[in-house]
Ligand binder design. Structure first.
Ligand code: 6PG
Length: 249
């Protein structure tokens, strides 16, 4: 499969962003006959989606026992720290819907270092996938959620970081975050994130307009480099302020 062109979808407000993302997630899982793999993201942009999925109709409609939940990047803080990305997903979603414990795949932030946690997570992803090399004919994830930082970062891939150029490893440790919270991070790399049937960026917040315009016009930022073997969709809350720009490609 060839990397797809970006589709830009503008929605009315944050409520519509959550609703539209929930619909896409439900549709994506419906396509999968056996287990589905979803890679969640950190930050505030997915919070509305997480809360929405924990309620009906999604709560009743999703086949929770056959969905596996991963995280695209993690802050290297204890699992119960409020800044822990999987912790947020648990509090807002996973704790409320009866997901089998073995279907939740957190990054081990009690490992000796971010690099050690990255290696453990890479091994876990490979175990789940059942092979050591990514195969474009057999994608790792069904859906990968992504966010956009003010500096153009996505996952924990910050501008000018060597992690951006990583082609072999699926997960790496990042000692220095480029934006708050300034804690070490663990992140999936661009090739691992790309191995998905759909990559869905969720963009909201009135401080994103300029960065988003730069991404959409092709400026080389980490988020501009994110690609998918399947569909690449940017779901954008109109309040970001893009109306006046030509967002279509
Ligand atoms: C993190 C992230 C990060 C986030 C963006 C957007 O752990 O911080 O995963 O890449 O998605 O910074 O964050 P907001 O949604 O809060 O704007």
């Amino acid at each position: 499969m060839k990397p797809n062109q970006r589709q830009v979808v503008l929605v009315r407000d944050v409520e519509a962003l959550a609703e539209s993302a929930a619909e896409r997630l439900l549709a994506r899982v419906a396509h999968v006959e056996d287990r589905a793999a979803i890679c969640l993201t950190g930050g505030t942009s997915p919070e509305g989606l997480y809360k929405r999925l924990a309620q009906d109709p999604y709560r009743g409609a999703l086949p929770w026992d056959r969905i596996h939940w991963f995280i695209g990047d993690e802050r290297f803080v204890p699992a119960d720290d409020m800044r822990n990305n999987m912790g947020v997903a648990r509090r807002l979603l996973l704790d409320h819907v009866g997901v089998p414990a073995g279907n939740i795949h957190p990054i081990a932030t009690d490992a000796a270092s971010p690099d050690a946690a990255a290696r453990l997570y890479e091994a876990e992803l490979k175990r789940f996938y059942g092979r050591d090399r990514l195969d474009p004919a057999n994608l790792l994830f069904d859906l990968v959620l992504m966010g956009l930082g003010r500096d153009g970062h996505t996952a924990s891939l910050f501008p000018n970081s060597p992690a951006l150029d990583e082609q072999q490893r699926w997960v790496v440790g990042v000692e220095q975050a480029g934006l708050a919270p300034f804690v070490p991070r663990v992140t999936l790399t661009l090739p691992a994130l790309a191995s998905t049937h759909e990559m869905l960026f969720l963009v909201s917040g009135d401080d994103k307009c300029e960065t988003l315009a730069r991404v959409l016009s092709g400026v080389d930022l980490p988020a501009s480099r994110a690609h998918a073997d399947g569909d690449l969709v940017w779901l954008i809350d109109r309040a970001v302020g893009l109306e006046d720009l030509d967002a279509s490609e």
